[in-house]
Design a protein around this ligand. Structure first.
Ligand code: WT7
Length: 658
């Protein structure tokens, strides 16, 4: 690609002209889109009600679309309605001609590990496992924690919980024993579903040890159901641990399990995400609203069709996998692909090889993965015929225009829409995104809010920002799929999302809107950093560091990173007399890995004697961020109680990067 093309693509909006046959098959044509915008503008509730009724099977129709109590920040969607998420993802497809179609294709890390489940087979497994849970005494409203790698049992567990009205709480298998424990305690899970280990990048990582460690202090957990993945010998705790395969094949387990009739506002799941304090927030999602937003966005943004193979590469441990590997595609009766491995193992062509092998149509991934693959070179993409692809998507962090263009040129071959989709754990589904065949695309922009979604950008004082001026991104109207609460912490829910800018939902992101209404996300405005698209609270990492016996003080900031978007940079003050050396750094890294998980390990640790603070003793991270990034302009330092620490910090940073 010539430099000229890159420049054009980066500076100008791309008038994307989809081939005629793509337009003809689109779920949402330009004309329908315009109509949807008008409908949603005139009668937003009517618009959402129509989507909910069209896309889902309701056991009982809802009588109200939205009941709002803006004082209490309560937004109740589809009141009076009853439905079951697992029934919507499975049972209805047994009757509409999809019974023998692949619902789930699983590609394990070893090439030969492939499992395919038709809708009939997946339904059978989910029903049987739901019966196992019932046999263990799990009933409606109980919480079930799931700590599994990317294996089919993960999706089966979630759907089985949904079937009986149990609330699942998936915990990313990369989290440490401590993080696992905190999350289990927060949701008082009755059952834990886990695996012996994980296969990753050609290595085996044991998980059972984390399970045992975590469960030392989780009195709520009565039983542990273990999935055999690596086959390593593991210790079993008599009376507590059982094998998944043995439970599932027990002779008293029946093939059918009646789906529980759930109210729209019954919780479907809890998923923890980091916030700006040390404790992770358990985001609660309800059944009716969540299922509506995921089915709706899968249909319009990904233009999902019956013949499609939809591949979202995210781990199901994050919201992306919940919404676009499991609930969204299955609700629409599509084929979803799960991949256990990593993009670069055994070779950096793994993604392209999988796309080719299964004829993937929709490919949804992260800027981090694209950057890593881009670095390996475009020759890897050229080895394979990728012509089944129809839509490319990106999520989780800002995608730099160069990376967008590479994705567009080398994976999309200059023919496919690249959709930069913006959303959060809290929003349940995509809220801001270009639509594949409607309007133009601007590399680096997440496009406009979807019909029915209203945003605005405000300054610190709440006044409206002008065009192209950066500020706080707010969502000004409720939408189906918005979180219903933070588990066990209503006050934090109110404070985090609704109190600073009354009347709107505060996303925590900075953004600007250009003259054409395109949104440009600038990153988090709170103490949250985004490493490889994973949200990490800086305070969470600081708490972990401070808990180390040799550490007296710590401050953590994010700095830009070529591949991961951001990485963790930690300033650490040690107890006096200790050696500030590589050995100590290793020990601290290891410690953070154990406390939180490998993703939180600081890439850089700078030892410091003091930190910049305000007179009231608050660490000024703004300055630390600039020092860490090697910036010359540190901004206003007048408010510091002792500005003399600054020079030492700058020196220290220089030495590290010499
Ligand atoms: C945060 C939410 C949504 C699924 C994955 C992450 C950032 C998300 C984009 C995007 C720029 C993005 C935001 C957001 N983010 N999508 N397209 N462009 N930034 O879910 O862990 O809840 O994180 O990810 O900062 O607030 P999450």
């Amino acid at each position: 690609m010539s430099d000229k093309t890159i420049e054009n693509l980066m500076n100008e909006a791309r008038e994307y002209d989809p081939p005629q046959e793509m337009l003809e098959q689109a779920n949402l044509t330009a004309e329908k889109y315009e109509q949807a915008c008008r409908d949603a503008e005139l009668d937003p509730e009517g618009f959402w009600a129509e989507r909910a009724r069209k896309l889902l099977d309701w056991k009982r129709d809802f009588s109200t679309t939205l009941e709002s109590d803006s004082e209490k920040h309560e937004y109740k969607w589809f009141g009076g309605g009853r439905l079951n998420a697992s029934e919507n993802c499975l049972d209805r497809h047994l009757k509409n001609g999809r019974r023998n179609k692949a619902a789930l294709i699983w590609q394990g890390e070893p090439e030969e590990d492939v499992r395919v489940f038709t809708y009939h087979m997946l339904h059978r497994k989910v029903c049987r496992f739901a019966n196992v849970l019932k046999k263990m005494g799990v009933s409606k409203g109980d919480r079930v924690a799931i700590y599994l790698p990317m294996v089919p049992e993960l999706a089966i567990s979630m759907l089985a919980c949904a079937r009986i009205g149990a609330v699942h709480s998936v915990i990313f298998a990369g989290f440490s024993a401590v993080s696992l424990q905190n999350r289990i305690i927060d949701c008082d899970a009755k059952i834990l579903i886990a695996a012996d280990g994980v296969l990753r990048g050609g290595k085996k990582i044991l998980l059972k040890r984390n399970v045992d460690e975590a469960l030392f202090e989780c009195p709520s957990v009565e039983q542990v159901i273990m999935v055999k993945r690596t086959g390593d010998e593991i210790d079993f705790i008599e009376g507590r641990d059982t094998w998944w395969h043995e439970e599932l094949s027990a002779s008293d387990i029946e093939d059918f399990c009646k789906p529980e009739s759930m109210r729209s506002d019954d919780p479907l799941f809890i998923l923890h995400t980091s916030g700006s304090t040390g404790k992770a927030k358990g985001i609660e999602h309800t059944t009716g609203g969540y299922m509506t937003i995921v089915a709706h966005t899968a249909k319009w943004v990904f233009d999902l069709k019956d013949d499609d193979v939809h591949w979202c590469t995210a781990d199901i441990g994050w919201i992306t996998g919940h919404s676009y590997s499991v609930y969204g595609p299955l609700a629409l009766g599509a084929t979803t692909l799960l991949f256990e491995g990593v993009p670069t193992y055994p070779r950096p062509d793994r993604y392209w090889e999988i796309i080719n092998r299964y004829g993937v149509n929709i490919f949804y991934t992260t800027p981090t993965a694209i950057r890593a693959l881009m670095r390996e070179g475009s020759q890897w993409t050229e080895k394979y015929d990728l012509s089944t692809l129809r839509i490319l998507g990106s999520v989780g962090e800002p995608i730099n225009p160069e990376v967008w263009v590479w994705f567009y040129e080398h994976v999309g071959k200059g023919k496919l829409p690249v959709l930069d989709t913006w959303w959060q754990t809290e929003t349940g589904g995509i809220l801001i995104s270009p639509l594949p065949y409607v309007g133009k695309l601007k590399p680096g922009s997440t496009g406009k809010p979807l019909p029915g979604i209203k945003t605005k950008i405000v300054n610190n004082d709440g006044s409206n920002a002008s065009t192209n001026e950066g500020g706080h991104l707010l969502i000004t109207e409720p939408w189906p799929g918005m979180l219903s609460s933070i588990h066990k912490d209503r006050a934090r829910y109110n404070r985090t999302y609704f109190e600073r800018f009354p009347g709107s939902y505060e996303t925590g992101d900075g953004a600007r809107i250009d003259e054409e209404g395109f949104h440009w996300i600038m990153g988090r405005l709170d103490d949250v950093i985004n490493v490889s698209g994973h949200r990490l609270g800086t305070t969470e990492i600081e708490s972990a560091l401070i808990a180390h016996p040799d550490v007296t003080e710590a401050a953590v900031v994010g700095i830009p990173h070529e591949i991961k978007g951001q990485t963790v940079y930690a300033y650490v003050t040690l107890r006096s007399g200790l050696d500030q050396d590589e050995e100590m750094r290793m020990a601290l890294r290891d410690w953070v890995g154990k406390k939180i998980g490998p993703i939180a390990i600081p890439e850089t640790i700078q030892f410091s004697e003091g930190l910049p603070k305000t007179r009231s003793g608050k660490i000024v991270r703004r300055i630390l961020r600039r020092i860490a990034a090697g910036e010359d302009d540190l901004g206003d330092t007048a408010t510091l109680s002792d500005a003399s620490v600054i020079n030492d910090l700058i020196e220290g940073q220089k030495i590290l990067f010499e």
